[in-house]
Structure formats: C-alpha cells, structure tokens
Design a binder for this molecule. Sequence first.
Ligand SMILES: *Cc1c(COP(=O)(O)O)cnc(C)c1O
Length: 251
Amino acid sequence: MSEPDRVAEITENLSLVRRRVERACVAADRDPDSVCVIAVTKTRPAEDVRAAVRAGLVDVGENRAAELAEKAEYCAGHGLVAPEVRWHFIGQLQTNKARLVARWADVVHSVDRTRLARVLAERARENEREITALVQVNLDPDAVVGTLGPRGGCHPQDVAAVADFVAEREGLRLGGIMAVAPPPDAGVPVGESFARLRELGVRLRADHPAATMVSAGMSADLEAAVEHGATHLRIGTALLGDRPSGGVMSL
Ligand SMILES: *Cc1c(COP(=O)(O)O)cnc(C)c1O
C-alpha cells in the first residue's frame, strides 16, 4: 500500500477511535482532551509510525526493547523526533534491556519492581534524560496469576512501595499507574478491574499528587477504561488493523 493510502486508512481509523472516546467521555462527564490515545505500533513496520504521525497521532507505543530502538532510530534518521513523536514503552522489560529503552522511551508504562526502577534510572541519567515511569499493577485474580505465563505488573499491595522508590530516583519521574485488564476467561468483568485500578490511582495520588496518569484500555475495552478514569489508552488493532501472525498479544 502506498504511504498516502496508509495515512488515509489510519486517519479514518483514528476518527472512529476518537468518536468512541468522545462518546465514552460524554457518558462519563469527562473532557475528551483529558484522554490521550497512544498508537501501539508493535509488529508494524517503522513506516507505519510515520504514517500514524501524518494521520495526526503523536504518541506511539512499543512492547519490545529492540523493536522500539529500531523504529525510533529509523524515525530519528528520517527527521521524525520529539515533539512530533513521543515514544511509550508498554511491554515487560528485563533489566538488561533497560539501556535501549532508556535511550528512546519518554514514558515507560511497565515499571513493576524496584530493581527495574533502579536500573532504568541509572540508564536515564547516563543518557541525560528524564523518563516518566508508570507503576504497572497486575489485576489478575490470584487463581489466574501464573497460568497465563508472565504478564507483568506488581501485586496491588506493592504499588506504594514501587511508587515511593521511583519517586526518589533521579532520572525518573513518577507519572502514575498502568494495568492490562485480566483476560476474559479470568471471569472478572473489565469494568470491575478498571474500577480497582482507579482506586489504586486515587491512593497513589494521596502520596504523590503529580502522579495523575492512568494507562488503561486497549482496542476492545477503551470505553470501560474511559468510564473509570483512564488518561492514556493504548490502541493497536483499532488504529492499525489486525496484527500479522494471528495478532498474538505478547505482554
Ligand atoms: C498490544 C498491546 C496493546 C494494544 O492492544 P490492541 O488490542 O491491539 O489495541 C495495549 N497494551 C499492551 C500492553 C499491549 O501489549
């Protein structure tokens, strides 16, 4: 597909997503400008990032360190840099890949342990950057944890400790909280999960008033996320189409 055709396609998808967001905001009595749409470009070619930006998006999300670095480098090489594009890292992160992420990501949504926060902060300082870090929390019921492979996120009880640690690190700025809703077969209604996340966010802001970001909601559940106060939606398929190789989500 030619680039103009791809831009037109993403533009149309974006207007559908924005309409969904607006409708959910009206229902929740929220300002649509309080909701940021992040285009999740994982598995897509770097050209798609450029097409997404031309379609009007600024925020781009990736879930693998090497893929983030590759695309961000490609974009930078083609003059596509901040503030035109902002990179979000949304996947599980091993400490040995923190360097790549710290080089490129403006926001890391998946900080779920103090050791990762410490290494990420060190790498951010080496790059003379400040990274916004969100504490990822695992909302899966205890019965499901472990049966789906590693999905990332700290236990809800540990949010405060991870957040306090992040807040003390030079090189990191505590932005807020993030979660992925449990899978449908976990038997927990998505609204219930996002309500719990909102509750954890309220508690977090009691200690850290500036930690206002709530990253929740994907293509299938963005309405529920908006209803429960999400400020950042991570949208892949609804913007860019089905992912290749069956669209398996790797978290
Ligand atoms: C892939 C992914 C998304 C986007 O999912 P879609 O269903 O394609 O919108 C959101 N969040 C995370 C953490 C992801 O890995």
